[in-house]
Write a protein that binds this ligand. Structure first.
Ligand code: SAM
Ligand code: DTB
Ligand code: SF4
Length: 349
C-alpha cells in the first residue's frame, strides 16, 4: 500500500480501521507513514481524541535531568557532545558524589519535578560503578522522587540490582530507524540497543525509550523508529521525542533544521501508536516557540524536561515554563505518594 492509499484508508472513522486508541502491537511502517501523511488537522484531531480518552490532557509530567558523569564517552553517536570521538568542547567530569546528586534532587523537587533522570556518558555500565549508583538511586527515591537513569548498555543482572535499589525507569533510546542507525553511530548497533531494552524489561523496570528528530533522517525513518517502539510488547511507558540540539564540534552540528510541524506530527503519531505511554517533548525546547510547544501538547505530549539544564545543553528556565503553563492552563502531574511535598508548580491547577 502506498502512503497515500494508507492515508485514504484511515481517513474514515478510524474505529473500523483499528485506530481507536487500543494497544495494538503489529504496526506496519506503511500504515504509520499513512498517519504521517494525513492532513495536519485530521492527524491532530485523531491524536488529540486518543490523548483525551487516555489522559488528563491538561496534566504534564515533569522530569529534571542531572548529568552525573559527563563527557569522555567511548561511543561515536553523531549528535552527542559527550563523545570522545568529536571536537565538541565539553569537559569530561568524574562521577558526581552522592551529596551533590542529593542536592540536585532536592532542588528539582522544590521546583516541582516528580522524577529525576540521571545520565552518565558511558558505552555500558561497569560493575564497579554499581554500588555508588545504587546509593544514589536509593537516596533520590528516599527523597520521594521517581528515579530514572541512562547509563548505556546494561545486562539483566545489572538491571536487577538497579531495580533493587529503587530504580523506576531506565532510559535507552533507539534514536532513529534501524536503517538509518548506522549513519549516526558505528560503535554499537541498533540490535545492541534492543538487547538492553530487553534486559531492562526482564528485570521488571519501566522502559523509557524514544529518539531524535532532525538528524538528517527522512519521514520513513521517523515512521520506522515509532514502529520499533510501538511494537515492543509492551511499548515503553515513557517515549522521549527530542529535537536535535546542534552541538558545535559534532558531526551533526550542521544538519538543516527540520520543520517544527514535522515534530508535532511525530508526537501526534507517537500518541496514536502508544495511547497509554507518556510522550515527552524532550530536548530542543529552547529553540521552539511557545506556539509549537502548545501544538505538541495538543497533539499528545504530556511530559517534559523541566529545569534550566538538560545534560550539557540549556533548557528553558523554570519561570519561563511556569508562565507557559499558566497561559495554557496546564498543571504538573502530582505523584500520589508525593502529595505532602512542598509547593512548586505541581500544586497549580
Ligand atoms: N550514554 C547513554 C545512552 O547513550 O543511552 C545516555 C546518555 S545519551 C546523552 C541519552 C539520549 O539523549 C540519546 O540517546 C539521545 O536521544 C539524546 N541526545 C543526546 N544528545 C542530543 C542532542 N544533541 N540533541 C537531542 N538529543 C540528544
Ligand atoms: C532523552 O531522550 N533526552 C535527554 C535524556 N533522554 C537523557 C538528554 C537530552 C540531551 C540533550 C543534549 C545535551 O544536553 O547534551
Ligand atoms: Fe553520547 Fe550516550 Fe552515545 Fe556516549 S553512548 S556518545 S553518552 S549518546
Amino acid at each position: 500500500m502506498t502512503s497515500n492509499t494508507a492515508a485514504a484508508a484511515i481517513a474514515g472513522t478510524g474505529a473500523e480501521a483499528g485506530y481507536g486508541g487500543e494497544l495494538r502491537p503489529g504496526w506496519g511502517k506503511e500504515e504509520i507513514l499513512g498517519l504521517f501523511s494525513l492532513p495536519f488537522n485530521d492527524l491532530l484531531h485523531r491524536s488529540h481524541e486518543i490523548h483525551r480518552r487516555n489522559w488528563d490532557v491538561n496534566e504534564i509530567q515533569l522530569s529534571t535531568l542531572v548529568s552525573v558523569k559527563t563527557g569522555g564517552c567511548a561511543e561515536n553517536c553523531g549528535y552527542c557532545g559527550q563523545s570522545a570521538h568529536h571536537e565538541a568542547k565539553i569537559e569530561a567530569t568524574k562521577m558526581m558524589p552522592l551529596e551533590e546528586v542529593m542536592a540536585a534532587a532536592r532542588k528539582a523537587k522544590e521546583a516541582g519535578a516528580t522524577r529525576l533522570c540521571m545520565g552518565a556518558a558511558w558505552r555500558s555500565l561497569r560493575d564497579r560503578d554499581l554500588p555508588h549508583l545504587m546509593d544514589i538511586i536509593s537516596g533520590v527515591k528516599g527523597e520521594g522522587m521517581e528515579t530514572c537513569v541512562t547509563l548505556g548498555m546494561l545486562t539483566t543482572e545489572q538491571a536487577q540490582k538497579l531495580k533493587e535499589s529503587g530504580l523506576d525507569y531506565y532510559n535507552h533510546n533507539v534514536d532513529t530507524s534501524e536503517e538509518y542507525y548506522g549513519e549516526i553511530v558505528t560503535t554499537h548497533t541498533f540490535q545492541d540497543r534492543l538487547d538492553t531494552l530487553g534486559n531492562v524489561r526482564a528485570a521488571g523496570l519501566k522502559v523509557c525509550s524514544g529518539g531524535i528528530v532532525g538528524m538528517g533522517e527522512d519521514r520513513a525513518d521517523r515512521a520506522g523508529m515509532l514502529a520499533t517502539l510501538a511494537n515492543l510488547n509492551p511499548p515503553p511507558e515513557s517515549v522521549p521525542v527530542n529535537m536535535l540540539v546542534p552541538i558545535p564540534g559534532t558531526p551533526l552540528a550542521d544538519r538543516p533544521a527540520v520543520d517544527p510541524l514535522e515534530l508535532v506530527r511525530t508526537i501526534a503519531v507517537a500518541r496514536i501508536l502508544m495511547p497509554r505511554s507518556r510522550v515527552r517533548l524532550s530536548a530542543g525546547r529552547e529553540a521552539m516557540s511557545d506556539a509549537i510547544q502548545a501544538l505538541c501538547f495538543f497533539a499528545g505530549a504530556n511530559s517534559m524536561f523541566y529545569g534550566e539544564r538538560l545534560l550539557t545543553a540549556n533548557n528553558p528556565v523554570e519561570d519561563k515554563d511556569r508562565a507557559l503553563f499558566e497561559r495554557l492552563g496546564l498543571h504538573a502531574e502530582i505523584v500520589q505518594e508525593l502529595r505532602a511535598r512542598p509547593v512548586g508548580v505541581a500544586a497549580a491547577g
